[in-house]
Design a protein around this ligand. Structure first.
Ligand SMILES: CC(=O)N[C@H]1[C@@H](OP(=O)(O)OP(=O)(O)OC[C@H]2O[C@@H](n3ccc(=O)[nH]c3=O)[C@H](O)[C@@H]2O)O[C@H](CO)[C@@H](O)[C@@H]1O[C@H](C)C(=O)N[C@@H](C)C(=O)N[C@H](CCC(=O)O)C(=O)O
Ligand SMILES: Nc1ncnc2c1ncn2[C@@H]1O[C@H](COP(=O)(O)OP(=O)(O)OP(=O)(O)O)[C@@H](O)[C@H]1O
Ligand SMILES: N[C@H](CCC[C@H](N)C(=O)O)C(=O)O
Ligand SMILES: [Mg+2]
Length: 431
């Protein structure tokens, strides 16, 4: 990606040596230092550091909020973004769903945390638009690869640490260490106190929790019909209501309320008043049809599946899911096991197979399932959804997991249009 800067002596900057020429400066970062020689050989105008870009782009003129954790990053980021906008601030958000500013989608999905220069470009756009805050998701890949190099965070948030991405991090110990490495500096931090795997520098640390005492503690809650809770921070005890469902979302809401309180210095009452306006995130616990009851969710980890199915366990559940190809293999049997323990019936199918054999992925999932009589295998995702809908009885819920708001299915390197919600609507003939 080349960025044009007409005012500078070089006309463009890039982080890719292949794009270097006499008009284009190479932005040296931890991710591309191995290509420095190549950039020089291609006649780069000059070599500049990511710190130089930080100055050029004024990235210190905005408050950056970074959220990491295995699950709940997008939901927590979206809640903070929504609360800030409702409280009258200008805000931007970058994450799995793309780059948003002041309630508008500016750029579609790419990575959860894009390359370092891409993030700097978004921050630059947010500064230019007069935003007070830049809320961003920080994936474990991004921490390991230093895609957040040079950013001074106003607040860093930890949602939780369970299992994902062991294809990349190799061991759970390494994955936990990478997540925790984000919280070793002196900047303000907000940590989930109920996450026993969290390890952080206590300086400037705030905590939130439900089970353990914390700076922000949920002292009472109800999940019947509507979600509501009472949050305590020192002497303040403040109620809130919310339209998100499920116990796990109480954690996301707590993190977002606490973060907004810390960031803005507004009264906790004022923050809690806007909580109910946040309608949730597309493709997360999204009810596509009420009768029959069909829910689409983005759970793609063992813990995500457990949390979502637990939230719905009052009903009998028919669960359609698979697992992504070219991703953590070791999570697949765990996903199978936890789904089998909470569902009446499983329809195991393809997610995004990418370069793997879809049957082999399903076999990995089946490894975790003792009672195979509850599991049907149908590799075609649309057919698997149809099977579940055809077999659904009154009072049962069809829960379709793993792809949430994705609008395509990735087979090898090709993206084919596919949206679980559209498929359900088409099969149920809902307009
Ligand atoms: C495994 C992985 O994470 N790979 C990422 C990594 O690729 P890489 O290390 O192979 O990069 P590289 O090709 O050596 O390039 C590194 C740098 O050198 C530069 N370069 C490269 C080649 C060259 O000749 N000259 C040169 O200067 C590139 O412009 C880049 O700046 O760095 C690239 C640039 O930042 C990423 O695009 C790429 O993401 C790939 C596409 C990917 O699929 N990543 C996924 C797994 C990912 O990151 N997912 C996370 C987690 C999602 C979540 O849990 O929410 C995410 O943040 O989305
Ligand atoms: N706090 C939480 N704890 C456990 N599971 C959660 C939590 N919040 C959300 N989930 C589950 O994880 C799924 C993904 O949620 P969300 O998109 O907010 O997470 P994420 O961390 O951004 O995921 P990704 O790493 O793919 O970007 C949800 O659909 C839900 O199933
Ligand atoms: N951010 C996650 C999303 C997974 C979504 C699932 N549908 C898959 O393709 O595995 C990842 O890149 O691992
Ligand atoms: Mg996300």
């Amino acid at each position: 990606m080349k960025i044009e800067l007409p005012e500078e002596e070089f006309r463009y900057i890039t982080e890719n040596s292949l794009e270097c020429d006499k008009e284009t400066a190479f932005v040296l970062s931890a991710q591309n230092e191995k290509y420095l020689q190549d950039a020089k050989e291609r006649g780069a105008h000059s070599i500049i550091s990511i710190k130089d870009v930080a100055k050029l782009f004024g990235v210190d003129n905005i408050k950056i909020v970074g959220i990491t954790g295995t699950n709940g990053k997008t939901t927590t980021a979206s809640a903070i973004y929504s609360f800030l906008l409702d409280l009258g601030y200008k805000a931007a958000m970058q994450g799995t769903r793309g780059f948003f500013m002041n309630d508008e989608l500016i750029e579609g999905k790419s990575l959860t945390t894009p390359s370092v220069l891409n993030t700097y470009k978004h921050i630059y756009q947010a500064v230019a638009a007069g935003c007070d805050f830049f809320v961003m998701e920080v994936s474990s890949h991004a921490i390991a690869q230093k895609r957040v190099e040079g950013l001074n965070f106003e607040l860093k948030i930890l949602t939780n640490i369970t299992q994902d991405h062991l294809d990349y991090h190799k061991t759970i110990g390494e994955y936990i260490a990478v997540k925790n490495s984000f919280f070793q500096d002196d900047c303000k931090k907000l940590i989930n106190k109920d996450e026993t795997k969290a390890s952080f520098n206590v300086k400037n640390t705030f905590t939130y929790g439900i089970e353990n005492s914390a700076t922000y503690r949920l002292i009472a809650y109800s999940l019947n019909n509507a979600t509501s809770g009472i949050i305590q921070n020192i002497k303040d005890v403040v109620p809130f209501t919310a339209s998100l469902h499920g116990f796990f979302n109480l954690y996301n809401l707590m993190a977002a309320i606490a973060a907004t309180h810390i960031l803005t210095g507004k009264k906790l009452e004022e923050v809690c008043e806007v909580v109910d306006n946040f309608a949730g995130v597309s493709g997360r616990m999204e009810q596509v049809s009420e009768v029959p009851n069909v829910i689409v969710d983005f759970a793609h980890t063992p813990d995500g599946i457990q949390q979502v199915l637990n939230a719905l366990k009052e009903k009998e559940l028919l669960v359609v899911f698979g697992a992504g190809g070219d991703r953590d293999r070791s999570k697949r049997p765990l996903m199978g096991k936890v789904a089998a323990s909470l569902a009446k019936k499983l329809y195991i199918t393809s997610d995004n197979p990418r370069n793997e054999d879809p049957q082999a992925i399903v076999d990995d999932i089946l490894e975790g399932i003792e009672d195979r009589s509850i599991a049907s295998v149908e590799l075609n995702r649309k057919k698997a959804i149809k099977m579940a809908l055809d077999e659904q009885q009154e009072d049962e819920v069809v829960v379709i997991l793993g792809k949430g708001d994705e609008s395509f299915q990735i087979i090898y390197d090709e993206k084919f249009p596919f949206d679980d919600r559209e498929v359900v609507r088409e099969l149920l003939k809902i307009s």
